[in-house]
Design a protein. Sequence first.
Length: 281
Amino acid sequence: MKKYKQICFDSIDWHNPNQAQHYDLEHYAKNNDLSFWVKIAKKVRGSILEIGCGTGRVTLPILENGINIYGIDKSLVMIEELIKKTKIAKTKATPHLFVDDMKTFDLKRHFSLIICPFNTFLTLLSNDERQAFLTNVYYHLKKGGLFVFDVLDSNTNYLVPTKKWRLEKINKYPNGYLSKRYFLNKNKNMKTKTINIKFKTELFNDKGKLINRWFFNYFSAFLKTREIIILLEKYGFSIETIYGDYKGTKLQHVKIPENRIFIARKDCYKNAFSFQHEPRN
Ligand SMILES: C[S@@+](CC[C@H](N)C(=O)[O-])C[C@H]1O[C@@H](n2cnc3c(N)ncnc32)[C@H](O)[C@@H]1O
């Protein structure tokens, strides 16, 4: 088991997990994107910011590679969990972490790379919120800096309305415990292009006894690729490429993409002539 994975496992309070540990249990097996994020962080010279860093699923592997990173997240418990893990990990690099909102934070510095992994962009539920966020990302990037984020494909399973709970995934843990996560989606709003997905997770011990159950109410936007491109261009980014998987296959070459990964660059020429950003105080 990789070191950061072991740390994540060791830090779980199995009988009374907090909200951040719920997240870690639910996404325990999610690692198909990690080498992509590490690779992109390694390529960049200059400082890196992760928006929505959460409990450090992506932050920790980057730190483990000796790369310094800044992180912001609106959730204090998530950040606290990440701080706890970095202390245990004694990573070569140090994180600079802030509890703040991604639409309004102001770190008063500029980055060569800003990443926003694992659908965090889709938690912005209106064009006003997306404008505030993209303007803020633009402001925090150096000239020519990269903004990289991934979002679920708009044809994903989650968007098909369900009448009853559907099993989404089973996570098996090294101590013999397992969890089952179900989802229910009834409220798809075609006008606002948002969806309310309810998640239910049940945690079983190594004897198969149910020891915990929790619910998570999630609101997400669903946006077509074209709509995201228009937004990025409107707020001053040029699109370098869009991948349809974490191996780096171009979106148009992936038959049924699960994710779309946007690589966008702060386009200073465009900004100067087409979109006026508000000056910051
Ligand atoms: C899907 S998780 C991704 C966490 C981590 N990057 C990962 O890949 O596992 C989304 C994260 O974004 C944070 N988040 C959601 N809305 C936010 C906002 N408006 N400002 C800052 N963080 C936000 C959540 O607290 C959560 O930690």
